[in-house]
Design a binder for this molecule. Structure first.
Ligand SMILES: [Zn+2]
Length: 262
């Protein structure tokens, strides 16, 4: 791939993921205002949540900006010695060179092909924020994930409270349904499935939005947990990937050797 093609692909990827994240946030907030905030006030869901909701959204946008422009730990000629001293190479290991930067890479660093810089304690390149994640901005990246997870959690819990309020106001507690097999009448609230059907029929977009936020929040929570678990044991996701690759090679070699000996 020549440099011009690489630049086009790079810029397209940046714009795609950046715009996707911002569009999801903007459209999601618009829908939330139209479908959930429009139902306020409700018992246990006062009006001031409109402002705290906007503040939570603003915090996500602010952290998105911070992580996007933050220094991931780019290594420069004048900081090479300091980075090399930060993580001494393991005994017996050979220093790896970076042909692009023209030096021996410090241990745990990697040349990021997208930012075109050697990054100290490189973790991964994040397309959502179009920046490498490394030594210096990992904490901001974790804060960004935490803010997004909390925003989704807040949105889901609040939407459930609002929908519960409107359902009670419209008399769901007194509503009944007839059991198709026995013909007997039951209270609607005795069946979670019937309650969900009742809500989907009357507030389909609010229910879908709540479900989307629950799924998105769960995915972000899983990703955040993975990174926190790696951070707690002092590893990066790039190092884990390299370990898994090395293990796969050893396993494949062992299989070939076993076949020859058989
Ligand atoms: Zn480099």
């Amino acid at each position: 791939m020549d440099i011009a093609t690489f630049a086009v692909v790079y810029v397209t990827c940046i714009l795609f993921f950046n715009l996707l994240y911002l569009s999801l946030l903007a459209f999601g907030y618009y829908l939330y205002c139209r479908e959930v905030f429009a139902l306020l006030p409700q018992p246990y869901a006062p009006l001031w949540h409109q402002y705290t909701g906007a503040a939570a959204l603003g915090a996500c946008l602010l952290l998105f900006g911070v992580v996007s422009v933050s220094d991931p730990g780019c290594i420069a000629a004048d900081s090479l010695a300091a980075h090399t001293a930060l993580y001494p190479a393991a005994p017996g290991s050979q220093a790896r060179s970076c042909w692009t930067c023209g030096w021996y890479r410090p241990a745990r660093s990697k040349h990021c092909p997208l930012t075109q810089r050697c990054v100290a304690r490189f973790d991964h390149y994040c397309g959502w924020v179009s920046n490498a994640i490394g030594l210096r901005n990992m904490r901001w990246f974790l804060a960004f994930l935490l803010a997004n997870m909390l925003l989704c959690t807040y949105g889901v819990v609040f939407a459930v409270l609002v929908l519960r309020g409107v359902a009670l106001r419209r008399g769901i507690a007194e509503a009944v349904y007839r059991d198709e097999t026995t013909g007997r009448l039951h209270g609607l609230t005795s069946s979670p499935r019937r309650v969900i059907e009742w809500l989907v029929l009357r507030y389909p977009q609010a229910v879908m939005l709540t479900l989307f936020m629950a799924i998105a929040g769960g995915l972000v929570a899983a990703f955040l947990s993975y990174h926190l678990a790696l951070t707690s044991v002092g590893l990066t996701s790039y190092e884990v990937m390299k370990q898994q690759q090395a293990l796969a090679v050893l396993t494949a070699e062992a299989k070939v050797e076993a076949m020859w000996q058989a």
